[in-house]
Design a protein around this ligand. Structure first.
Ligand code: ADP
Ligand code: MG
Length: 457
């Protein structure tokens, strides 16, 4: 393979990975050689090499092969550690060749030290439902790139609910609408990495300058810097400098600002100054919507794939943990079905996804049931377990006993123990009492239905 081939392949890679990723990660690669199926590239730092390998290695290999080179593996090595093939010229060569300075990525103005954006994470591919509509609307607003109306936008929610997806979508959208904007997306971990590196290499001024020169800064998973004092400090200053210049900031975390432990109070309060929106756990409709969208995508890839009625509904109902798991399940199902060339039926899904389905089975505890019922009837949790016999407490207690029997695999004596050491006959009596009442008391029947639904998510 020649440098020319690599030139062509690079062109192709722009389309695959997007311009921003291309400029940040592909352009700096220097092709060294191709021997025995291994294509080697020089990279500025080992971090850089790791990153490219992990995120773009497959793309690069595929494109090289596509261009006719026979490549089994792609390797990245730091320039300085490579044994020099020829004696080094006496004069410092790199400056003349306009190679990126190996150890100084932060100093170079076009070398935005951002993380690669996933080209699949766009607004188009984001399914909007009740649990995420607010976050989506706020992200859309930021992506318009108009005057800054809230700063920062703080997105939070559990793992796999779409925070990173939304942030990448904002970046993609801004890049198309306003290509001149300098949009920097990175994880808090990378922020710290960059910061520590700058400290080590005494380039803290470059670091500061770089981060203060962006138009939009997005920091993902900010909870990561909690407890890391000097990184927090620097983050705080960067944050303030950008807010002062009226530059948009978007932050994500796994919980609300006030709930991040070991995060300085002044940072918490700064983060709360903008718009704080949370992504709620998915509901059934959203999960089904996401599955349907993925199926459409797969359809174009694997022709002739048939999914029996009810399979998607089954998955949306059973896999409630997070969207990543849901996607993983579908991917596996499709791969399996296309390998064996069979229609995707409910049985196939149950077989092929047994482990995921088992792991997703919610294990409801008696304590959760007691808590929920106590909440619902406005009584204390301690009264659930305690000895009081007044109707307003005894009835909810019996309801909790009934639900514990219905919704958990626990035996009557076990349930009795969790209700303050009551005898199993007391539990049985409670369960029967509720069964009787349900038939006549429609209010109670409604309550039970609601509680059951809430408990089973
Ligand atoms: P988080 O950063 O909140 O942990 P991600 O943004 O990485 O979650 O989302 C996990 C996976 O789920 C990604 O592949 C993402 O595309 C997908 N996903 C999450 N929410 C949605 C949604 N509303 N529509 C489509 N895909 C989604
Ligand atoms: Mg994320």
């Amino acid at each position: 393979m020649t440098n020319e081939t690599w030139g062509l392949v690079r062109e192709e890679l722009i389309k695959r990975v997007g311009r921003n990723n291309y400029v940040t990660w592909i352009e700096p690669l220097k092709f060294s050689d191709l021997r025995q199926g291994v294509a080697r590239f020089e990279v500025p730092t080992s971090f850089f090499g790791d990153w490219v390998s992990r995120n773009f290695g497959d793309h690069i290999r595929a494109q090289l092969n596509h261009a006719g080179a026979q490549v089994d593996r792609v390797e990245f090595a730091v320039s300085a550690t490579r044994p020099a093939a020829a004696p080094q010229p006496a004069a410092p060569a790199p400056a003349a060749t306009r190679a990126r300075p190996a150890a100084r990525p932060a100093a170079d103005a076009d070398d935005m030290p951002g993380a690669p954006l996933d080209s699949r994470f766009t607004f188009d591919s984001f399914v909007v439902g009740k649990p995420n509509e607010l976050a989506h609307a706020a992200a859309r607003r930021v992506a318009e790139g108009g005057p800054v109306t809230f700063n920062p936008l703080f997105l939070y929610g559990g793992v796999g609910l779409g925070k990173t997806h939304l942030m990448h979508a904002i970046a993609h959208e801004l890049q198309t609408r306003q290509p001149h904007l300098r949009v920097l997306y990175l994880s808090a971990e990378q922020f710290m990495y960059r910061f520590v590196q700058a400290l080590r290499e005494r380039q803290i001024m470059d670091f500061k300058e770089l981060f203060r020169s962006v138009d939009v800064l997005m920091v993902d998973d900010v909870q990561f810097i909690a407890g890391k004092d000097s990184t927090q400090e620097e983050f705080f200053h960067t944050f303030n400098a950008l807010v002062d210049q009226n530059k948009q900031i978007v932050i994500s975390a796994d919980r609300a600002p006030g709930e991040i432990k070991d995060l300085e109070d002044r940072i918490k309060s700064r983060l709360q100054c903008g718009l704080v929106v949370d992504l709620h756990p998915t509901d059934y409709e959203l999960r089904l919507g996401i599955l349907q969208q993925k199926v459409e995508l797969y359809r174009s890839q694997y022709r002739g794939l048939v999914i029996a009625d009810g399979v998607l509904e089954f998955l949306a109902h059973r896999i409630t943990t997070n969207v990543r798991v849901l996607e993983g399940a579908l991917t596996r199902l499709f791969a399996f079905a296309s390998l064996v060339g069979r229609e995707i039926t409910l049985e196939l899904a149950q077989d092929c996804l047994a482990d995921i389905l088992r792991a997703s089975d919610r294990k409801l505890t008696i304590e959760e049931i007691q808590r929920k019922v106590a909440d619902h009837y406005n009584i204390r949790l301690s009264d659930m377990i305690g000895p009081k016999r007044v109707r307003t407490i005894a009835r909810p207690r019996q309801i909790a006993m009934y639900l514990a029997k219905q919704l958990t695999p626990r035996s009557l004596p076990e349930i009795g123990r969790r209700f303050g050491g009551r005898d199993h006959t007391t539990i049985m009596h409670g369960v029967r009492k509720i069964e009787e009442l349900m038939a006549t008391d429609s209010q109670l029947a409604d309550d039970l239905q609601l509680l059951r639904r809430q408990l089973q998510g």
